[in-house]
Each structure stands twice: as structure tokens, then as C-alpha cells.
Design a protein around this ligand. Structure first.
Ligand code: BG6
Length: 489
């Protein structure tokens, strides 16, 4: 093992994602001694920069998880000394060839493994992959490429992108990242379900009334309006992050924990789903709002967004899986920007206990009496189960209580960032948390007809004030399926 090297090239090194996520994640892995003995990190971008300038830029974003560790600055220094910069065009074979020469010098004749992280806009993906694979791929080890979404805007553009990538790479060299799959509680989902007898047998239409996948952010698209306007919340969050969670949640028991077994099951779920219908969708867009003397800008107040944009910044949808396990169970998704709070969670609402002896003690509102399992992905990770309980005392009154696994209280170790896990997996060749091309095709097939319809019919979003709970239409949608959004209490 000592005889091999891993060279990690961050293509688009001066971008936001590289600075905020990729370099810090690499450092965290180094800090935890998870990176191979011989590794080197290269920043590649168009702008001119020296190694010292790159190191300076990167150093500003590095933090040590546990601040008091004495060797932190020493470790940072060691990490930064392994970072190099190469300036080049994304479509230049020559520039990638120069990078190859640099990498070879550091490899010093060891077995060469190369990881390219494409943190660049999608319109230059293929060029960069072509140049990296023709000019700078490994000749005696592996070459892998991590690609970030957006993977196209619809089925056709996604298929074109896949065709383009596959001209230069095999499917098993392509690591399509969906960082939600790297989040601790999403990773834990299968453990929770498949290793707990109190949950596994209940995981079906027989006991589950509905499942809710909720994503909300308390900030708008400021600074990203140009990108966002071309995609909207359905493509930005639902088609990937929420749908991936849904597939993991709803899949049949995989044959093993191997990547192919898990992805085979996920793709079956996606292919069993009904494409989303307009009648099962509510779209919204946030408007400016003044609160406490501060005016928060509306979506179209952003200079990079057209004034008449109809792009949704909020969407709520009801989806269905037409298989034996989930027939008739609504999977409700809700995703929005500029809402009142930041959170991502899964809510599982169970059915009523048949003939519940105690219904009359709770009152007539049966909704209050069902169990609810909440998997809080972020912030403040937790898993809690709402149960009915007798209020202590001489009378017989019931109320709802919560059995709570609060991660911060239970575990003292800090939770790694999703990018750390995913980068480590890519280096290890573990594909379980990356999206296979057939999964991607199935995911687009669910949303593409509707996305086209929305654009063709110029559907006007329901406006909601910045910082609110989103459009009221989301409640009506849930009510149609006899559901109440769990996050609203
Ligand atoms: C990204 C989206 O994929 O996920 C962003 O493009 C969104 O719009 C982000 O803000 C949310 O990620 P996280 O990990 O901060 O919840």
C-alpha cells in the first residue's frame, strides 16, 4: 500500500464549493489520519495563482474540529505543504498535460491513483473530463472522477451528459455525488430500519400512513440567483436530495450492504414510482418581507434573476410508489428557500391503533394519537418517536411524549461533514453512496414531464413572504391525502 500514491485534483479550485467544502473535508480526513500515506492535492483553475497563494486561500477555511488539540496548526501546515496549484483552461489538453507532469514528479515512480473532483459548471464538465482522461489519467493505477450536480436539467440533457462522460470514462470511474447521502442520519437510515425489530416489520403500507420529507432553509438564493433561476427548487433539492432519501427509505432489503445490491434496490423503488402530476404539486416563490426593521429581499430582487421569473423557490409534492409494500401511501415532499427555519427531516406517521381503547381519553382528534417517528437530519441531529403516555397521577389522561435519541447528548464525537465521508469513499472505491446512471435516469423520468409542463404552461407560483412557513397551498395538498405536515406541530 505504501507503494501507491493518491493525487487529488480539485478542478475549479477557486470556487465556493472547493473553498467551503472540498479542501476543509480533505484536511479533516488528513487530520484524522484517514488519507493514504502518499497523497497530494492539486488545485486546478483558470486564474493565475502560486502555490503559496492557494495555500493561503485554503488555510482560511480550515478548522480543527476540536479546537484545543495541540497539534492542529502543525497538522494544517503539513496538509498545506501537500497542496499545489496549477493554472489552466478546462478544455486544454496541454494544460492538463502540464498537470500530469507535475503529478508524476510527486508520484516518484509509485503506483499512481488519481481522483479528479469536478467542481465546475456543468457546461464544461465534458471538456474537463476529456482533458483529464486523455492527458492526466493514471497509467498503472485507478482514475476516478467525482461529478457534482446538476446532472442536466431533464431526462434528455442528463442522458447527453452521461453519454459525454462515458466517452472517456467507465461507469465505475464516475462518482456522481449527492451530498445528502453522506449525511450521518441518512447513512443511519438503513441501520435504524433493518437492525431494529421494533421498526423493520412496521415499514410498509400496513402500518405507515404517510412519509414526509422536509427540507427548509432560512435564507434565500442570494448570490446564487443566476444558477438557481435555471434550475429551481424541484431540480435543486427534490429530484436529487429528497428523492434519494425516499429511495433509501422505501427500498426492499438489499441482498447485502454492497454498493450494487443497495443501488439495485433503490433503482427498483424509483422505477416503481408514478411520475409526478401537476395536481400533486404546489409551487411557491418568496417575496420581500420586512421584519423587525429589516427588509429581506424577494427572489426576483436579486439582480441576476429576471424580474418576471416564475422559478419556484418552494415546492410541495405528493408522490406514490406503486408496489406491494407502499401501495397508496403518500410520500409528501416539501422543499423551500427563505422559510422560517433551517431543517431537513424525515417524518413517518403511523396508522391508528385499531380500536384504540384510549381514543376517548385523548379527545376526538385522532391525529394526535398516532405514533410519529422523526429523523432529524439537520441541524441538531436526532431521532425521536412520539408515543402516547398516561399523564402521571390518579386520573386517566393521556398525552404525547417523546422518546428522544439526541445525538449531541448521546455521542461526544463530532459528526463528520458529508463531504468527508464521500471523499473517503471515492478514494476507497466505495460506490454505495454515489448515484448510478440508471438511478439518475429513473429520477429524471419522474420529474421531467412535470417540469416541462410547468414551464410550458407558465404556472404562476404562490407567493410567500421571506421568513414565513411557505405557501398555504402545501396544507391543502397534504389535506387532500388526509395528512397534516408534522413540522407544523
Ligand atoms: C445543495 C443545493 O445541493 O444543497 C443548495 O444546491 C442547498 O441550494 C444545499 O442550499 C443544502 O445543503 P446542506 O448540506 O447545507 O443542507
Amino acid at each position: 500500500k505504501d507503494e501507491s500514491t493518491v493525487s487529488i485534483t480539485v478542478v475549479g479550485a477557486s470556487g465556493d464549493l472547493a473553498k467551503k467544502k472540498i479542501f476543509p473535508a480533505l484536511f479533516a480526513l488528513f487530520y484524522e489520519d484517514c488519507l493514504p500515506k502518499h497523497f497530494t492535492v492539486y488545485g486546478y483553475a483558470r486564474s493565475k495563482m502560486t502555490n503559496a497563494e492557494l495555500r493561503n486561500m485554503v488555510s482560511k477555511t480550515l478548522t480543527c474540529r476540536i479546537d484545543k488539540r495541540e497539534n492542529c496548526s502543525e497538522k494544517m501546515e503539513q496538509f498545506l505543504n501537500r497542496c499545489f496549484y496549477h493554472s489552466g483552461q478546462y478544455d486544454s489538453l496541454d494544460n492538463f498535460m502540464e498537470l500530469d507532469t507535475k503529478i508524476k514528479e510527486h508520484e516518484a515512480g509509485r503506483i499512481s491513483n488519481r481522483l479528479f473532483y469536478l467542481s465546475i459548471p456543468p457546461n464544461i464538465f465534458i471538456d474537463a473530463v476529456r482533458c483529464a482522461s486523455l492527458s492526466a489519467s493514471s497509467t498503472n493505477g485507478w482514475t476516478r472522477v467525482i461529478v457534482e450536480k446538476p446532472f442536466g436539467r431533464d431526462s434528455e440533457s442528463s442522458a447527453a451528459l452521461t453519454r459525454g462522460l462515458k466517452k472517456y470514462l467507465n461507469e465505475d470511474q464516475i462518482f456522481r455525488i449527492d451530498h445528502y447521502l453522506g449525511k450521518e442520519l441518512v447513512e443511519n437510515l438503513s441501520v435504524l430500519r433493518f437492525s431494529n425489530l421494533v421498526f423493520e416489520p412496521l415499514w410498509s403500507r400496513q402500518y405507515i400512513r404517510n412519509v414526509q420529507l422536509i427540507f427548509s432553509e432560512d435564507f434565500g438564493t442570494e448570490g446564487r440567483g443566476g444558477y438557481f433561476d435555471n434550475y429551481g427548487i424541484i431540480r435543486d433539492i427534490m429530484q436529487n436530495h429528497l428523492l434519494q432519501i425516499l429511495a433509501l427509505f422505501a427500498m426492499e432489503t438489499p441482498v447485502s450492504c454492497d454498493a450494487e445490491d443497495i443501488r439495485n434496490e433503490k433503482v427498483k423503488v424509483l422505477r416503481s414510482m408514478r411520475p409526478l402530476q401537476l395536481e400533486n404539486l404546489v409551487v411557491g416563490q418568496y417575496k420581500s418581507h420586512t421584519k423587525g426593521g429589516i427588509t429581506y429581499p424577494g427572489y426576483t430582487d436579486d439582480m441576476t434573476v429576471p424580474k418576471d421569473s416564475l422559478t419556484p423557490t418552494f415546492a410541495a409534492a405528493a408522490l406514490f410508489i406503486d408496489n406491494a409494500r407502499w401501495d397508496g401511501v403518500p410520500f409528501l415532499m416539501k422543499a423551500g428557500k427563505a422559510l422560517h427555519t433551517r431543517r431537513a427531516e424525515i417524518r413517518v406517521q403511523f396508522r391508528h391503533v385499531p380500536g384504540n381503547l384510549y381514543n376517548r381519553n385523548i379527545g376526538t382528534d385522532l391525529d394526535q394519537a398516532t405514533n410519529e417517528l422523526v429523523i432529524k437530519i439537520q441541524p441538531d441531529e436526532a431521532i425521536y418517536l412520539k408515543i402516547n403516555n398516561k399523564v402521571p397521577g390518579l386520573g386517566m389522561r393521556l398525552d404525547r411524549s417523546t422518546l428522544n435519541l439526541h445525538y449531541a447528548a448521546r455521542y461526544s464525537k463530532e459528526i463528520p461533514d458529508a463531504y468527508e465521508r464521500l471523499l473517503l469513499d471515492a478514494i476507497d472505491g466505495e460506490r454505495r453512496l454515489f448515484i448510478r446512471s440508471d438511478e439518475l435516469d429513473a429520477a429524471w423520468a419522474l420529474f421531467t414531464p412535470l417540469l416541462k409542463e410547468l414551464e410550458e404552461k407558465k404556472i404562476i407560483p404562490e407567493y410567500y413572504p421571506y421568513g414565513s412557513r411557505g405557501p398555504v397551498g402545501a396544507h391543502y395538498l397534504a389535506a387532500r391525502y388526509n395528512v397534516r405536515w408534522g413540522d407544523l406541530g
